[in-house]
Design a protein around this ligand. Sequence first.
Ligand SMILES: Nc1ncnc2c1ncn2[C@@H]1O[C@H](COP(=O)(O)OP(=O)(O)O)[C@@H](O)[C@H]1O
Ligand code: SF4
Ligand SMILES: [Mg+2]
Length: 403
Amino acid sequence: MKARLKRTGGDTLEFKDVGHRGEPLLVVDDLHTSFRTGRGTVRAVDGVSLTVDEGKTLGVVGESGSGKTVLSRSIMGLLPPRDVIKSGTVRFAGHDLTAMDPVQLRQVWGAELSMIFQDPMTALNPVKRIGVQITESLRLHLGMDRSEATATAIELLRSVGIPSPEQRIRWYPFQLSGGMRQRVMIAIALACSPRLVMADEPTTGLDVTVQAQILDLLAELQRERHMAVILVTHDLGVVATRADDIVVMYAGRIVEQAPTKTLFKETRMPYTQALMDSIPRLSDPSGIRLHAIAGRPPDLIHPPKGCRFAPRCPYAQDKCHQSEPPLRTAGSPDHLFACWFPLVNGVSTAPGMSSGSSVFGVSGGSGTPGESADASTASDQVPPAPWSLADTPIDPDAGLEPS
Ligand SMILES: Nc1ncnc2c1ncn2[C@@H]1O[C@H](COP(=O)(O)OP(=O)(O)O)[C@@H](O)[C@H]1O
Ligand code: SF4
Ligand SMILES: [Mg+2]
């Protein structure tokens, strides 16, 4: 039970674990988020349901444009109401965030739920010293006085690996490197010991070694503080060794959802297999072309009838083009997938498919079915070799907490 949040005016906003016991920390149910645009309605998040348990990590993975950021911001309640149509519920510690007014939401952000953004340069205030940006949250949410907040901010900067924090606390964001700015973002996000941190592509754009350091730091702080983390990324390699569970998004919907180990060992959805085949491996010969998923994600104003992946799926049948597969289970209740002809042991169950080998994005450009993705698309989708792959193949057990 917590009752530590304060309104700006000094009143205490009770934030108890109402009805939380017995349900996960976060429960998202049938969330829809659409944007009204001049061309029509963009259904960016289209019926997403997921849960996150206390202290656990959920990976949210999908290509660029699959709805990950809109989902993250919808969960946080961070989308401006103008031109946005939202439905569904987001329950956090038993509270319905979608029913909270902006004043209540502001008390929850930072204190209970916080976000690490992709680009710290735009997320940090360029004209405020980093110390001020950390202490204002401590003073607002935890009621600390100036000197207590400053001492805490110095400790926070030290804990995220900023050298000489007593001096750096007076620096402005532009005086820090990209990696250091992201460490400051993490310090701000963790300042009030939130129970859930949403990290949306927290390391994209950083140097590969720095990416690994930042993600390892986040994992270490998560363990120490028993926080839940939603790690959003376009790179399945990033979450392979860091998430307890993974949801795979395609065109605004979840198309596969499972504990990480299950997702890798019993992949059902051809799109998930395609994402796996897109992960570069350190053992690949140098100079080899990166694997790419052929074709492009669909237009979210006029998505294709039937399975949204059908225009790019090498296993697509008539049924796939005509009716949309529901998210369903087969065997294990915590493994959901949306496919009429799921893979079994890497082999499609679609009629006429007998080969066990993947037909997606063959490196070197040969044998790729359907239309080819151009080189720029491929490199957008697949960044340089990820740090998380010590050796091929990925071991999804590595680095995971015992369940
Ligand atoms: N404010 C907006 N207005 C209209 N469309 C938007 C807006 N924000 C995002 N979208 C669209 O929603 C879809 C999902 O975007 P996003 O969540 O940013 O994808 P991701 O984070 O997976 O790359 C994209 O097609 C994007 O163009
Ligand atoms: S439903 Fe059909 S088109 Fe969609 S992923 Fe499965 S096999 Fe491919
Ligand atoms: Mg995004």
